[in-house]
Design a protein around this ligand. Structure first.
Ligand code: ADP
Ligand code: MG
Length: 635
C-alpha cells in the first residue's frame, strides 16, 4: 500500500510561485490500475514524479508499506527508485544507437547478476511485451507503439512493485494505444500501475480507478480506499526457522562453487553467511516496519527476554575509512561475540511475580525453561529419536541450544504450546480432533495454507527416514541429491492418532554399583528400546490451521505439546535419582566419580586432548546436570 498524506509541492521560478500539488491525500492499493486525469498544468506529472521519488515534496508524507519517507536519505530514494519503481515516459527515452535488447538489459540494476542472466531476463521481458523476436533491432527500426512496449519491458525487467506511466500513449495513434493499454492492464493484475493521461475515453475503458486532478487538488476519485483497507497488513514474524531442506540447498549451492575441504567448516561457514544475511535483512527492513505499526499490533508480537542477548546495532556500523590507500576491517566477528550479554532471568522472574501490575500491560507472561523433552518415534521404521532433532548432528554439527545460528537452522519439529491458551486458540480452526487436554496429547499445526513440510513426513513416519539419511549422505559426499517424493497428500485421519514416546533424559543414566557412578546408556540400543517402549505416550489428537482472517498467528507449522509436558519434564528431572545424587554432592561429578576440581585441572593436560572419548563428549550435551540445577523453577 502506498499512501500520500497531505502532500504539498510548489515550484519557485524567479518571483513566481506555482502551486503544483495542494494538500493532496491518496491511498493506492498494491495492485490496481489507476488513471490520473486532469487538464494540462493540473499537477499530474508532479504527482507521478513525487510518487516515483523523482521529485521531492515540500510537506506532507509519502508512506510506503506503512513506512514514512520523511527521513529518507538519498540512498534510500535511490534504492526505492531502482527496486520498487518502473517508469514509462511519453517520449520512450530509448538509447538510439543500442539494440532494444541492450536498452532493456541496461535497466537491470541488480548487482552480481551475470551477463547471461541479464540477457535472459531482458529477453523474457521483451517476450512479455510481444517483442521477443525483435530484440536485435535498433529503436528507429520500430514503430511508436513498439518503442513504447520496449520502454514497458525496460520498466518491468527489474520486477518493480509499482509501474508509473506519464502519458504513455500521448504520441501514439488509437490502434497502437490500445495495444499499450492492454499490456498495462495485464501488468496491473499483479502490480500497482499509475498512469497519467489526457484521454478520458481510454482511462474509462481500461483503468479500474480514475482520479481527477484540478489546480493541484484531487476533485474526484472513482474508487477510493476505504478506511478499513487502510490498516497496515502485518505478518507473522514469530518463528522463522528456515525450512531445513531449503537451508540445506542454499548452503549446498554456496558450497558447490568452492572445493569444500571439510564438510564441517564449510557448511558452518555458509550457514554463517545465510545467518548474517538474515540478521541484516531483519534489522534493516523489518525493524522499521515493526516500529511503524507497533502501536496497533505490539500486543500480537511477544516481547521476549532471553538469557543472552546480542547488540545487533553494534554489528551494523561501518568503520570510517581514513584514507584511500587503507583497507579498514569491519569487526563483525568481534562485535558479534563480544557484545553477547547475560540477563539475570531468575531475578527478573521474581520481580515480575512480585509486581502483579505488569499484567495490566501484558496479555500474558510466559516462561520458557529451554526444556526439550526427549521424544521418540516408534513405528514401522523402528525406534528413532525425533526430538531434539538429530539431523544436524548427523552432519557433524552440534546443536547447542543457545546459539543464534542454530535457532535459525532449527530443524526441530516439536514445540511447546504457550501456557495461556488465550494467546493462540482463537487464531486457529480445528480441522480435526481437538486441542491437547493433557501432557500425553499433542496437536499438529498446519501452515497457513494447510500444508506440512516434507521434512515433517520423516518425523511422522509417513516417509522412510532412511531416505533422509541417504540425502544427508549424498550431501556430505557432494553428490547430487535426488528426492523421490512419493505421496503428496494426506487426510487428517492419517495424522490423527500418530503416537510418539517420551522418555526422561535422566533415565539414560543407570547407577553402576561396582564403580559407584552413573553410566550413560544412551548408546545401548537395547536399553534405549526398552526405555522407549516403557515411555509415556504423546499422541496427535488434533489438526489445526491458522484462520484465513488472522494475519498474526502464534504457532508456526509443527507439532505442539502442551506446556504441562515441559513442566512435568522438569519435575521428573528434579525427582530423578541422578539429579538428586548430584544435588546432594555438588563437588563430585556423579557421572565420572571425579571431583569437578580435578576435572578442570585435567583439562590442562595436553595429552588428554588426544584421548577424547567422542561418545562421552557427544553425550555431555544431552544432559547437562549443572543446567538442570539452574533451571529448576519455583513451581
Ligand atoms: P500536468 O502534468 O498536469 O500538465 P505538471 O505537474 O507538469 O502538470 O505541472 C503543474 C504545475 O507546476 C504547472 O503550473 C507547471 O507550470 C508547474 N511546474 C511543473 N514543473 C515545473 C518546473 N520544473 N518548474 C516550474 N514550474 C513547474
Ligand atoms: Mg504532465
Amino acid at each position: 500500500m502506498l499512501t500520500i498524506k497531505d502532500l504539498c509541492k510548489q515550484y519557485h521560478t524567479g518571483e513566481l510561485t506555482q502551486t503544483a500539488l495542494d494538500h493532496v491525500s491518496l491511498c493506492l492499493r498494491d495492485n490496481e490500475f489507476v488513471a490520473i486525469l486532469g487538464p494540462s498544468g493540473s499537477g499530474k506529472t508532479t504527482l507521478l514524479n513525487v510518487i516515483g521519488g523523482l521529485d521531492q515534496y515540500d510537506s506532507g508524507d509519502l508512506i510506503i508499506n506503512g513506512i514514512s519517507t520523511k527521513q529518507y536519505k538519498d540512498k534510500d530514494w535511490d534504492s526505492y527508485r531502482n527496486h520498487t519503481i518502473g517508469f514509462i515516459f511519453q517520449s520512450y527515452n530509448l538509447i538510439p544507437h543500442q539494440t532494444i535488447l541492450a536498452n532493456v538489459e541496461l535497466a537491470l540494476t541488480i548487482s552480481g547478476v551475470s551477463r547471461e542472466e541479464r540477457t535472459r531476463r531482458a529477453k523474457q521481458a521483451l517476450t512479455q511485451v510481444g517483442l521477443g523476436e525483435q530484440s536485435h533491432k535498433l529503436p528507429n527500426q520500430l514503430s511508436g507503439g513498439q518503442m513504447q512496449r520496449v520502454a514497458i519491458a525496460r520498466a518491468l525487467v527489474n520486477d518493480p512493485d509499482i509501474l508509473l506511466a506519464d502519458e504513455p500513449t500521448g504520441a501514439l495513434d488509437s490502434e497502437t494505444s490500445i495495444q499499450v493499454m492492454d499490456l498495462l492492464k495485464q501488468v496491473a493484475k499483479e502490480k500497482l500501475v499509475v498512469m497519467v493521461t489526457h484521454n478520458p475515453e481510454l482511462a474509462h475503458m481500461y483503468a479500474n480507478r480514475i482520479v481527477n486532478l484540478k489546480d493541484g487538488v484531487i476533485v474526484s476519485d472513482s474508487n477510493p480506499v476505504s478506511f478499513k483497507e487502510e490498516k497496515p497488513v502485518h505478518k507473522n514474524l514469530g518463528k522463522t526457522s528456515m525450512n531445513f531442506l531449503t537451508a540445506l540447498m542454499l548452503s549446498f549451492n554456496n558450497l558447490k562453487t568452492k572445493k569444500a575441504r571439510t564438510i564441517l567448516t564449510s557448511f558452518a561457514g555458509s550457514i554463517g553467511i545465510i545467518g548474517i544475511a538474515l540478521i541484516l535483512s531483519i534489522s534493516t527492513g523489518v525493524n522499521a516496519y515493526i516500529s511503524s505499526i507497533e502501536k496497533e499490533t505490539l500486543s500480537e508480537y511477544p516481547l521476549s527476554i532471553q538469557s543472552t542477548g546480542i547488540d545487533m546495532s553494534a554489528m551494523m556500523g561501518e568503520p570510517v575509512k581514513k584514507n584511500n590507500s587503507e583497507v579498514k576491517v569491519v569487526d563483525m566477528m568481534e562485535n558479534m561475540f563480544s557484545k553477547i550479554g547475560s540477563n539475570d532471568l531468575k531475578n527478573l522472574k521474581a520481580y515480575i511475580e512480585e509486581h502483579k501490575e505488569i499484567n495490566q500491560y501484558a496479555r500474558a507472561v510466559e516462561y520458557d525453561y529451554g526444556i526439550s523433552p526427549q521424544i521418540y518415534a516408534n513405528d514401522q521404521y523402528g525406534i528413532r529419536q525425533v526430538n531434539p532433532d538429530a539431523t544436524m548432528k548427523k552432519l557433524g554439527m552440534g546443536t547447542s541450544s543457545n546459539s543464534m545460528m542454530s535457532s535459525m537452522m532449527n530443524t526441530n519439529v516439536f514445540y511447546s504450546l504457550p501456557s495461556h491458551a488465550s494467546l493462540y486458540d482463537d487464531q486457529y480452526d480445528v480441522k480435526a480432533g481437538h486441542w491437547p487436554k493433557n501432557k500425553n496429547e499433542c496437536v499438529l499445526v498446519l501452515s497457513k495454507k494447510g500444508g506440512i513440510s516434507d521434512f515433517m513426513l520423516y518425523t511422522l513416519g509417513l516417509r522412510d527416514p532412511a531416505q533422509l539419511d541417504q540425502i544427508l549422505k549424498a550431501f556430505s559426499e557432494e553428490k547430487n541429491i535426488k528426492v523421490t517424493t512419493g505421496k503428496q497428500g494426506y487426510r487428517y485421519n492419517d495424522l490423527l492418532g500418530i503416537t510418539f514416546k517420551v522418555v526422561n533424559a535422566s533415565s539414560y543414566y543407570q547407577y553402576d554399583d561396582t564403580y559407584k557412578v552413573y553410566k550413560d546408556k544412551s548408546n545401548d540400543t537395547n536399553y534405549i528400546n526398552s526405555l522407549v517402549q516403557n515411555g509415556s505416550d504423546l499422541k496427535i489428537v488434533g489438526v489445526v490451521q491458522p484462520k484465513e482472517s488472522t494475519n498474526a498467528s502464534m504457532l508456526a507449522m509443527g507439532i505442539y505439546y502442551p506446556y504441562s509436558l515441559a513442566t512435568s519434564t522438569i519435575k521428573d528431572a528434579r525427582n530423578s535419582q541422578i539429579v538428586k545424587a548430584q544435588l546432594e554432592n555438588k563437588n563430585i561429578n556423579v557421572i565420572t566419580g571425579q571431583s569437578f576440581n580435578d576435572q578442570s585441572q585435567k583439562s590442562f593436560d595436553l595429552s588428554s586432548m588426544f584421548q577424547v572419548d567422542n561418545n562421552a563428549l557427544k553425550n555431555a550435551f544431552q544432559f547437562d546436570t549443572s543446567k538442570v540445577n539452574i533451571s529448576i523453577p519455583q513451581m
